[in-house]
Write a protein that binds this ligand. Structure first.
Ligand code: AGP
Length: 576
């Protein structure tokens, strides 16, 4: 993952802009950070383990006109200062920050070089240094030799420029009022710039103090169109909440309403007619977005009678002979930058098949790659654990299914207006806090909610928990159930009520405790219950996940962790 931010200016001390850019990028990784700059023609580097504030302490009063910065999510090598970026070539002449993975880095190692870190990036820095010619040619030649993904910003000793290259990792550039900035995410440009340029794969760029000059893979100068930033929702603050995650959970009703009004406003230009001709749909995504795809596929099957299937992007990439021309491939991703999802979208594009991106970030790489875009309007999501983006994905896929089936959306509007968040009762929280072993169980759409509930609890409270299909319990997991086990049973489909009751009985017979999450009565005894508001079944995946999000958040806080920045994770997974 990782985030890079680089800047150059004759007018101002660029260090502040680069550091404040890194702070906005720390959702991409926060294991360590670093900055490289030019001081009296010499390349210098400062690094710190942990958050950007640790770096800030080390660079107080530092001034420079050219700097490259990095915030790291460790892939190759432990979290340490040596493995932090920037990395410098052995001869001291090339300094590099990198987002991505160089897959063939072991093969690219040189016997003449002593490597100080365990990273692929240090190998890349040395590879560039070993090439012949001017800086841009060196960078181009090195990029030809590497396999993998990269967005890099490079300093060359003796050159007052920053050199950029990109393949499969995002990189954008903005130029205004004597400041030139490059970043992994355009939100970094929000305060100072009106427009920016987004680099495409295998393009290069040279930043000087006045301008950005773009080149194609052959080193030929190219002109690029700029993207205007005025309509983009950059600004995210905690709105008086202590954590982004809590704020984002609470924002869900607003986000759902916004999504409704965006799709049903007169300005909405999306042509659903074009999409109706597809008979088959294949969803592809990772993590939470994969869960929303499972619900989306159910909507397409049940509401439209279409054939729909779902794959994890990391698996779909390596499947053989599964492609069909008559199928629409739907890639769902909050960030639109997830490496596995992007790789699948590219694979489908290369085959000439049609694809649809469902994303929450305008101008993301996935939107660029796909034929159609179905935006979700959740607003910027900062917390690593996805909440409002998930419910907006489900809601958007429901609208999509209703439109494809030519069905009325009146009940969708009513839901959008009526949906509210209910707090968890204190007694429910105290009950849940007693357990360390928690299983989430559900059938049909509630099975998906059980997967998502378990993912949230793992992600931020670090509890070893599982989501299980109700009917599968007796095929193995029941062996783990004892008096110390909590089973959270999600039951929102009246047609499956008896089946869920069986499941609950099986747990109770083994001494396990049960928390039931449902909007209706069941004929079994349970230890605790969360009563959900009663909506039409199609909306229940949105309704029933909210208490599970709150449960995970409260558990995380009770254990003293920061929900916004869970260990080992990052918001945007731009590596395989
Ligand atoms: C969500 O809570 C997780 N952090 C993770 O599973 C995430 O959904 C996954 O990485 C996919 O991200 P995307 O939606 O940006 O593609």
């Amino acid at each position: 993952m990782c985030g890079i931010c680089a800047g150059i200016s004759e007018k101002i001390n660029i260090i502040q802009d680069v550091v404040s850019g890194l702070k906005k990028l720390d959702y991409r990784g926060y294991d360590s950070c670093g900055i490289g700059y030019i001081d009296e023609k010499q390349i210098k580097v400062v690094k710190a383990v942990g958050q950007i504030k640790n770096l800030e302490k080390k660079i107080q009063n530092l001034e420079a006109k050219i700097a490259i910065g990095h915030t790291r999510w460790a892939t190759h090598g432990i979290v340490s200062e040596e493995n932090s970026h920037p990395h410098i070539s052995q001869d001291g002449k090339v300094c590099l920050v990198h987002n991505g993975i160089i897959e063939n880095y072991e093969n690219l190692k040189s016997k003449e070089v002593v490597y100080y870190s365990q990273t692929d990036t240090e190998v890349f820095a040395n590879l560039i240094a070993q090439q012949q010619g001017e800086p841009l040619s060196k960078l181009r030649m090195a990029c030809q030799k590497v396999v993998g993904s990269f967005a890099v910003a490079v300093l060359f000793e003796g050159h007052d420029e920053i050199y950029l290259a990109k393949r499969s990792s995002p990189l954008a550039v903005a130029v205004e009022n004597g400041v030139v900035l490059a970043s992994s995410d355009i939100s970094v440009f929000a305060e100072k710039f009106k427009s920016c340029y987004i680099l495409d794969d295998d393009e290069f760029c040279v930043l000087n103090s006045k301008n950005a000059i773009f080149f194609d893979k052959n080193g030929k100068k190219i002109e690029k169109n700029c993207v205007f930033l005025k309509n983009y929702d950059f600004f995210a603050d905690k709105n008086n909440e202590k954590y982004f995650m809590l704020k984002e959970i609470k924002e869900q009703p607003m986000a759902i309403r916004k999504t409704y009004f965006e799709y049903f406003s007169k300005e909405n230009k999306l042509d659903f007619e074009l999409l109706k001709k597809f008979k088959r749909f294949h969803f592809v995504a990772c993590g939470t977005a994969y869960h929303s795809c499972l619900i989306g596929a159910k909507y397409l099957k049940e509401i439209c009678g279409k054939d729909a299937q779902v794959s994890l992007a990391s698996e779909f990439r390596y499947e053989k002979n599964i492609y069909s021309k008559r199928c629409l491939y739907i890639f769902v991703s909050q960030s639109g930058e997830t490496a596995d999802t992007l790789a699948c979208a590219k694979m489908i594009k290369d085959k000439g098949y049609k694809s649809l991106a469902v994303t929450n970030v305008p101008y993301c790489s996935l939107n660029n790659m796909c034929d159609f875009v179905l935006p979700t309007f959740a607003g910027k999501e900062i917390a690593v654990a996805s909440t409002k983006a998930y419910t907006c994905q489900i809601f958007t896929l429901l609208i999509f299914a209703q439109m494809l089936a030519n069905k009325s959306c009146e009940h969708i509007k009513k839901f959008a207006l009526d949906f509210k968040i209910q707090n968890l009762r204190e007694d429910v929280l105290q009950f849940i806090f007693q357990f360390k072993k928690i299983f989430f169980v559900g059938r049909g759409q509630d099975y998906v909610t059980s997967l998502e509930g378990a993912l949230k609890l793992k992600e931020i409270a670090y509890l070893n928990c599982l989501g299980i299909a109700g009917g599968e319990l007796k095929h193995g997991t029941l062996a783990l159930v004892d008096e110390e086990t909590l089973v959270i049973a999600i039951s929102t489909q009246k047609g499956l009520k008896e089946k869920m009751e069986n499941c609950i009985e099986e747990v109770r017979a083994r001494g396990g405790k049960v928390l039931l999450v449902s909007q209706f009565e069941h004929n079994v005894k349970v230890d605790c219950k969360i009563v959900l508001p009663d909506f039409k079944e199609d909306f229940m995946p949105i309704i029933s996940v909210v208490p599970l999000q709150l449960l995970a958040l409260n558990f995380c806080l009770k254990l003293g962790y920061n929900p916004d920045k869970p260990r080992n994770l990052a918001k945007s997974v731009t590596v395989e």
